[in-house]
Design a protein around this ligand. Structure first.
Ligand SMILES: Cc1ncc(COP(=O)(O)O)c(C=O)c1O
Length: 383
């Protein structure tokens, strides 16, 4: 059977063939432990890790490569950023500000920190999913030690005013963390220019392998050292113990280099494709609504509410032709309405009538994709 067209690139992306090629020698040939620097096998692995760290640091605008802490992905990076910062700086205050539309890797970690004595304020967002900067300023108090606002939302694609949020945090001496899992490799990022102190990312969101990611931890103005959340050999400057995933790290660096190099052309292509799909669908069904900000959004994401059509039913109907998700693929185990769609003002019914299309490098013929969707919607509506 021919595989359906993959349209879930916000959930994950395939490993780029060029990335895989770079990774392969690090499984069976250069297999040393990057911490075993007394011998050549370990040294070779360490050299590869050092080079990859340098590439990633440069791509994100870091001052030093040591500002990159490798983790298993954005979930762990978010846990380390939030729990590590809270435990390290709780003597300065216990208040953390975040938003109602964060990924569960942030929201659930914050809920956990409540149990450790943290006070959490979750800011609302407007109907486009954007945080109000005045609300943010109002929420700050003398106990505030950390602001955590995601770079781009995984369900509706809205991009936040990151630089301005960072400026507000900096002016008050508060740390600023951003979950950039959906933005790294898709949007231009410079952590210093954008006043970011901590930034989480995951390689599989930008055509790298799964199970590898990282956290940028600023080392200058201010120098940040987080409390570890796991314990062991003291790797990654004591912030994240555990043998380094050398093939994953090498692959992530290559994936990020390629994504950054191809970003401008690829974003233009995907924006046009997404616009075409949206326009064609709305021509057929004018009541279809695009969620998220019309301009400040990820080029490859489309969140669409189709009144009268259950997202799950449409996914099922088209499962041999298209692979896409309802709301967020990250929470398919839950049957509750999406907290993100609720936060931008959708009713429970509308949240269940919302699909997410995540376009990507292999996406071609957007008009055909739109036509398949139109046909599926027509069939469901005629039932
Ligand atoms: C915004 C955001 N944060 C965090 C994550 C978690 O990433 P990972 O599952 O790679 O740890 C995801 C992935 O779904 C995401 O979209």
């Amino acid at each position: 059977m021919e595989m359906p067209i993959y349209l879930d690139h916000n959930a994950t992306t395939p490993v780029d063939g060029r990335v895989l090629e770079k990774m392969l020698p690090y499984f069976c040939e250069v297999y040393g432990n990057a911490s075993s620097i007394d011998h050549l096998h370990g040294n070779k692995a360490k050299q590869a890790v050092d080079a990859a760290r340098q590439t990633i640091a440069k791509a994100l605008g870091c001052r030093k490569e040591s500002e990159i802490v490798f983790t298993s992905g954005a979930t762990e990076a978010n846990n380390l950023a939030l729990i590590g910062a809270f435990r390290k700086f709780r003597d300065k205050g216990n208040h953390i500000i975040s938003t109602a539309i964060e990924h569960p890797a942030v929201l659930d970690t914050l809920a956990y920190l409540r149990g450790e004595g943290a006070e959490i304020t979750l800011l609302p967002v407007d109907s486009f999913g954007v945080v109000d900067l005045e609300e943010l300023e109002k929420a700050i108090k003398k106990e505030t030690i950390l602001i955590s606002v995601m770079f781009a939302n995984n369900e509706i694609g809205t991009i936040q005013p990151i630089k301005e949020i960072g400026r507000i945090a900096k002016a008050k001496g508060i740390l600023f963390h951003t979950d950039a899992a959906q933005a790294v490799g898709h949007e231009k990022i410079n952590v210093y220019e954008m006043n970011i102190d901590l930034l989480s990312f995951s390689a599989h969101k930008f055509y790298g392998p799964k199970g590898i990611g990282g956290l940028f931890v600023r080392s200058y103005a201010p120098l940040i050292k987080l409390a570890p959340i796991s314990f062991g050999g003291g790797h990654e400057k004591g912030m994240r113990s555990g043998t380094l995933n050398v093939p994953g790290i090498v692959g992530m660096a290559e994936a990020l280099s390629l994504a950054n190099k191809e970003m401008t052309t690829e974003n233009k292509r995907l924006k046009e494709a997404a616009e075409l799909i949206c326009k064609r669908l709305q021509q057929a069904f004018p009541e279809i609504k695009l969620n998220g900000h019309p301009q400040l959004r990820l080029a490859h994401n489309l969140s669409l509410t189709i009144p009268g059509v259950e997202a799950k039913a449409l996914i099922h109907k088209l499962k041999n032709k298209l692979s896409f998700s309802a709301g967020s693929a990250c929470s398919t185990v839950k049957v509750e309405p999406s907290h993100v769609l609720k936060a931008i003002g959708l009713s429970d019914d509308e949240t269940f009538q919302t699909i997410r299309l995540g376009l990507g490098r292999a996406t071609q013929h957007p008009e055909r994709i739109a036509d398949v969707l139109i046909e599926g919607i027509k069939q469901l509506r005629s039932n």
